[in-house]
Design a protein around this ligand. Structure first.
Ligand code: GLV
Ligand code: MG
Length: 298
């Protein structure tokens, strides 16, 4: 499984000590993860380990084992079911000691949190501001649906009977706002129906449209759909680059030092430039190459 993951076109990988590992297998899983991390071969993928949450008996020992055993190979610890800023601070303090004890660069190991219950969502702004180590806020739909008693077993899909909008809009937007207000990444969680790429596309498209930065995949077959959904269309990427060039030109002395001008049928100004920067950055990150050029008007 991990060997296969090394070759996938994903930005990040996480190894699990939490819900995918039975209680009696936790110790062995720690050892397997340390061996997998020290074995290397992951290129520039971000590597995280999901430890057990602070209400369990395992969190402290998970963190100690993984950082003592393979801290230098690790980018982030992922804390599931995060419920308060204090929980993140507690993890931060533990990591700080382990970095010192293992002669790792201070602050090198980041934190990712999963928002998976009502208390976590209610506290998401404080969680987002809790630690400079915090890099990423992730929506955990399966646990979240269970924790609020949502009447559905299909993770990420609209619950039957709710036909007046998107049941996840408030949750995703709250996570996104907390992330953006604090300069963190916002990531959508898993879609469990692996054999349903169209369902995955539908659900992923919603979070991509809102502005989230990515989505988990659980299986190699989900990678292409999610990469496609989170990348801009070629035409949008070209358009964004055109706006940036045009804006550069028209705001320059040669272009008349103008702040608002027409580009084709649309008016562009500083806000358009900011929107174009977002799409252009996403396009570049997805490896798109520009197919049009701005021409200075004669
Ligand atoms: C992921 O951990 C989830 O609960 O959806
Ligand atoms: Mg979960």
């Amino acid at each position: 499984m991990l060997e296969k993951a090394k070759g996938l076109a994903v930005d990040a990988l996480f190894m699990d000590l939490e819900d995918a590992v039975a209680p009696l297998a936790k110790q062995e899983a720690r050892e397997n993860i340390i061996a997998a991390l020290t074995g290397g071969g992951y290129g520039d993928k971000i590597l995280s380990v999901r430890v057990n949450d602070w209400t369990s008996q395992w969190t402290y020992a998970d963190v100690i084992a993984v950082i003592d055993g393979a801290g230098v190979f690790l980018d982030c610890i992922m804390l599931p079911k995060a419920q308060s800023a204090e929980q993140v601070i507690a993890l931060d303090l533990l990591i700080t000691q382990l970095e010192l004890a293992n002669h790792l660069q201070p602050g090198a190991i980041g934190i990712e949190v999963q928002i998976e219950n009502a208390l976590g969502l209610v506290n998401v702004n404080a969680i987002a501001a809790s630690s400079p180590r915090l890099e990423t806020i992730i929506f955990g739909p399966a646990d979240f649906m269970a924790s609020i008693n949502m009447k559905s077993l299909v993770v990420g899909e609209q619950p039957p009977g709710y036909d007046v909008g998107d049941a996840y809009h408030h949750i995703l937007m709250s996570i996104l706002m907390a992330a953006r207000a604090n300069g963190k990444l916002a990531i959508d969680g898993p879609y469990l129906a692996i054999k349903d790429p169209e369902g995955l596309r539908r659900v992923a498209s919603r979070s991509a449209a809102l502005g989230l930065d990515g989505k988990w995949v659980l299986h190699p077959d989900q990678v292409d759909v999610v990469n496609e959904v989170f990348s801009p269309l070629q035409s949008d990427y070209d358009h964004a680059e055109l706006i940036l060039d045009a804006y550069d030109y028209y705001t320059s002395a040669a272009g008349g030092s103008r702040g608002a001008v027409m580009l084709g049928n649309e008016m562009i100004d500083e806000a358009s430039r900011k929107m174009a920067l977002v799409i252009a950055a996403k396009g570049k990150a997805a490896g798109l190459v520009r197919t049009t050029a701005f021409e200075v008007p004669a």
